[in-house]
Design a protein around this ligand. Structure first.
Ligand code: NAP
Length: 295
C-alpha cells in the first residue's frame, strides 16, 4: 500500500490565505507587518532561501527590508544592523539567515535580536519560554512539522516519535514540542552517538529525519503505516539537471513511500511550512508590538 503524500505546499498555501486575511485586517488599523531580512555573503542556498522568504512576504502583504552584507563583514557591523532593526518601529520581525561566516559568533548574533522581534524563535529567551509553554515565537521548522502532523490527521497521542537529529534549530525544539500534552507523543532522539539507529527508527510511529544526510533513512527501517517527515534538504550532484544538482531529503522517498502510512516529499513537504510559520510569527509580532493600538 502506498503512503498518503503529505502535501506541504497545499497545507502551507491554505494557511497563507488565512494569514493574508489577517494582514488585511491589520491594514485597516493602519498596521503593516514588517520583516528585516539580513543576509551575509552570497552562499547560493542562503540566497535562494532569502529570496523565497521575501517573495512569500510580498504575496501576503508583509513588508520586507533586506540588508545584504559582504562575506567578510566585521561582526560589530552585523550587530549594528540588528540593533538598528531592533529600534525600527516599521520592523516587527528580524531574520538573520544562517549559517554565518566562520569569523562571526552565531550565538552573539542571535542574542542581539530583541526577543519581541525574534520571529525565528532562536533566542535563549524564546526557547526558554517554549520549554515553559509560555507565549513565545516557536521555531519555524519544528512548528511547521507539528502543523503538518495535526492538519494531516496523523495520530500523535501515545505515538512513539523518533527524531533523528538534535540541532538547536530543528531536532531539539521539535523534540520539546512533540512531548507537549497537546501532542502527547513518547519520544526518542537519535544522533551520531546513537547505537543501532535502524532499530530505533523501526519502532517509530512517527519518524522525523533531520540529520542532513541523504539516504540515511531507508525503507527497511520504517514500520509499516508509520508517518515519515523528511526535513533534510540536501544537494546531490546530478548532471542531468541544468544546475548540476538535485534536492533530496534524508529519506529514500520512493521505497519508503511503499511502506509508510504518510510521508512528506522533498521539496514540497516541510520547506513551505517553515516559511509559512515565519510569516505567522511576523504577523503575531506586529500585533503584539502594536499592543493597545490593535485591541
Ligand atoms: P545540523 O545542525 O547539521 O544537525 C544535524 C543533526 O543530525 C545533528 O544532531 C547530528 O548529530 C545528526 N546526525 C547527522 N548525521 C547523523 C547520522 N548518520 N545518524 C544520526 N544522526 C545524525 O542540521 P540542521 O540545521 O538541524 O538541519 C538538518 C537538515 O534539515 C539539513 O539537511 C537542513 O538543510 C535541513 N533543514 C530544512 C529545513 C526546512 O525548512 N526544510 C529547515 C532547517 C533545516 P550530532 O549532534 O551527534 O552531530
Amino acid at each position: 500500500m502506498a503512503a498518503t503524500i503529505i502535501d506541504g505546499k497545499a497545507i502551507a498555501s491554505a494557511i497563507r490565505s488565512e494569514l493574508a486575511e489577517q494582514v488585511a485586517e491589520l491594514a485597516q488599523k493602519g498596521l503593516r507587518p514588517g520583516l528585516a531580512v539580513i543576509l551575509v555573503g552570497e552562499d547560493p542556498a542562503s540566497v535562494s532561501y532569502v529570496t523565497a522568504k521575501e517573495k512569500a512576504c510580498a504575496e501576503i502583504g508583509i513588508a520586507s527590508f533586506e540588508t545584504r552584507l559582504p562575506q567578510d563583514v566585521p561582526q560589530q557591523k552585523l550587530l549594528d544592523v540588528i540593533n538598528a532593526a531592533n529600534m525600527d518601529p516599521d520592523v516587527h520581525g528580524i531574520l538573520v539567515q544562517l549559517p554565518l561566516p566562520r569569523h562571526i559568533d552565531e550565538r552573539a548574533v542571535i542574542r542581539t535580536i530583541h526577543p519581541d522581534k525574534d520571529v525565528d524563535g532562536f533566542t535563549p529567551v524564546n526557547l526558554g519560554r517554549m520549554l515553559l509553554e509560555e507565549p513565545c515565537f516557536l521555531p519555524c521548522t519544528p512548528h511547521g512539522i507539528i502543523e503538518l502532523l495535526v492538519r494531516s490527521g496523523v495520530p500523535t497521542s501515545g505515538a512513539h516519535a523518533v527524531v533523528v537529529g538534535r540541532s538547536n534549530i530543528v531536532g531539539k525544539p521539535l523534540a520539546n514540542l512533540l512531548i507537549r500534552k497537546s501532542i502527547n507523543a513518547t519520544l526518542t532522539v537519535c544522533h551520531t552517538g546513537t547505537r543501532d539507529l535502524a532499530s530505533h527508527v523501526r519502532s517509530a510511529d512517527i519518524v522525523v529525519a533531520c540529520a542532513g544526510r541523504p539516504g540515511l533513512v531507508t525503507a527497511d527501517m520504517i514500520k509499516p503505516g508509520a508517518c515519515v517527515i523528511d526535513v533534510g534538504v540536501n544537494r546531490v550532484p546530478d548532471p542531468s539537471k541544468k544546475q548540476g544538482y538535485r534536492l533530496c531529503g534524508d529519506v529514500d522517498f520512493e521505497a519508503a513511500a511503499q511502506v509508510a502510512g504518510w510521508i512528506t516529499p522533498v521539496p514540497g513537504g516541510v520547506g513551505p511550512m517553515t516559511i509559512t510559520m515565519l510569516l505567522a510569527n511576523t504577523i503575531e509580532a506586529c500585533r503584539r508590538l502594536a499592543g493597545s493600538r490593535v485591541s
